[in-house]
Design a binder for this molecule. Structure first.
Ligand code: AKG
Length: 277
C-alpha cells in the first residue's frame, strides 16, 4: 500500500466535512488480489481457521440482489489482513484523528450486487452513524476507511456522506445500516437544526474514503450489471477501552468471558497498526 502523508489541508477537510477521500492507495496488483480475496471469502474458502461474522449471508450466486457483508474477515483471509492492518492506513488515521496510535476495531468485506435493470432497495445501506453500533467503545474518535475495488460513484451504489454531520454528536437509534429505505431515514434524522447535505464519495479503484464514526452515511442502489466491491477497516485509537453502553457490539466478546468497564481493547483481536513512539 502507498504511504501517503495526510496534509494540513486534508485534516482540515476531514474536520470540516466529517470525511476525506485519499489519493489512490492500492496498486492495481493489490486491487486484483483483493478482488480475488472477495470471491474466496464468499465461497468460504478460508486461509486459516477463525471466526468471521457473516451478516445477511446469501449463498454465492450472482443473481441475488442482497447486500453481502462479513466482519472480522481478516481472521480468515490473509490478503484482507495485510491491507486492513497496514501501518500506512494506521498513520493516516492517526493524523486525521489526531491520535498517537491506532488499532483495528474490525474490518468488513462488502459486496453490493448490480441490479442490472431490476428495481430494488435490497442492496441499499441505510443512513447511519458507525458509532451507533460502537457505544461499547469509550471514544467516538474513530474512523472508517472504505476502500473501493473498482471505480465507484452513484451509478454503482457508491457511498454518500452527510456533510458535517459528525458535529451533531451521537443521535439516538442511528444504528440503521440494515434499513434500506433511505428516504424514511432522512426524514427521521434530518431536523431543523441538522442541515442534510448529501455528498457522493466518488472514487477511482484503490482510493479510500475516511469517515468519522459520527458522520452519517449510507448508499443507494447499484444500477449497473457489475457488483460493487469494497474492503473496509474500522480503526480506533490505540488506548480505546470497553464501556458499558446501550448495546454491546459482538466484538466485545473478543475481550474474554467477563469484559469490564475500562478494559483496553489491546489483545491480538485488535492489532496495533501504528504508533508514533
Ligand atoms: O458500503 C456501503 O455502502 C456503506 C458501508 C458503511 O456503512 C461503512 O463501511 O461504514
Amino acid at each position: 500500500m502507498e504511504r501517503i502523508k495526510v496534509t494540513q489541508e486534508d485534516k482540515q477537510a476531514f474536520d470540516r466535512d466529517g470525511y476525506w477521500i485519499s489519493p489512490k492507495l492500492l496498486t492495481d496488483e493489490e486491487i486484483a488480489r483483493l478482488r480475488a480475496a472477495h470471491e474466496r471469502v464468499w465461497m468460504r474458502d478460508f486461509d486459516r481457521e477463525g471466526l468471521p461474522l457473516f451478516h445477511s449471508y446469501a449463498p454465492y450466486t450472482h443473481d441475488l440482489p442482497h447486500l453481502r457483508k462479513v466482519d472480522n474477515s481478516w481472521l480468515i483471509n490473509d490478503t484482507v489482513r495485510e491491507i486492513v492492518t497496514s501501518p500506512a492506513l494506521g498513520e493516516m488515521a492517526a493524523d486525521l484523528l489526531d491520535e498517537d496510535s491506532i488499532r483495528l476495531w474490525h474490518d468488513q468485506v462488502i459486496y453490493k450486487p448490480g441490479l442490472n435493470g431490476q428495481v430494488s432497495r435490497i442492496g441499499n445501506v441505510g443512513w447511519h452513524q458507525d458509532y451507533g453500533y460502537w457505544e461499547s467503545s469509550n471514544t467516538s474518535n474513530m474512523v472508517t476507511v472504505w476502500i473501493a475495488l473498482q471505480d465507484t460513484d452513484l451509478t454503482n451504489g457508491g457511498m454518500m456522506t452527510i456533510l458535517g454531520s459528525h458535529k451533531w454528536g451521537i443521535i439516538k437509534d442511528s444504528n440503521t445500516f440494515f434499513e434500506p429505505n433511505l428516504d424514511l431515514l432522512r426524514d427521521k434524522f434530518a431536523t431543523e437544526n441538522r442541515e442534510w447535505v448529501e455528498e457522493p464519495c466518488i472514487m477511482k479503484a484503490g482510493q479510500a474514503s475516511f469517515h468519522h464514526a459520527l458522520t452519517f452515511h449510507g448508499s443507494g442502489p447499484n444500477l449497473t450489471a457489475d457488483p460493487r466491491l469494497s474492503i473496509v477497516a474500522h480503526l480506533m485509537p490505540g488506548n480505546t477501552a470497553y464501556q458499558e453502553g446501550p448495546q454491546r457490539h459482538p466484538n466485545v466478546q473478543l475481550l474474554g468471558p467477563h469484559p469490564y468497564n475500562g478494559q483496553k481493547f489491546d489483545n491480538e483481536f485488535f492489532p496495533l497498526l501504528y504508533s508514533r513512539s
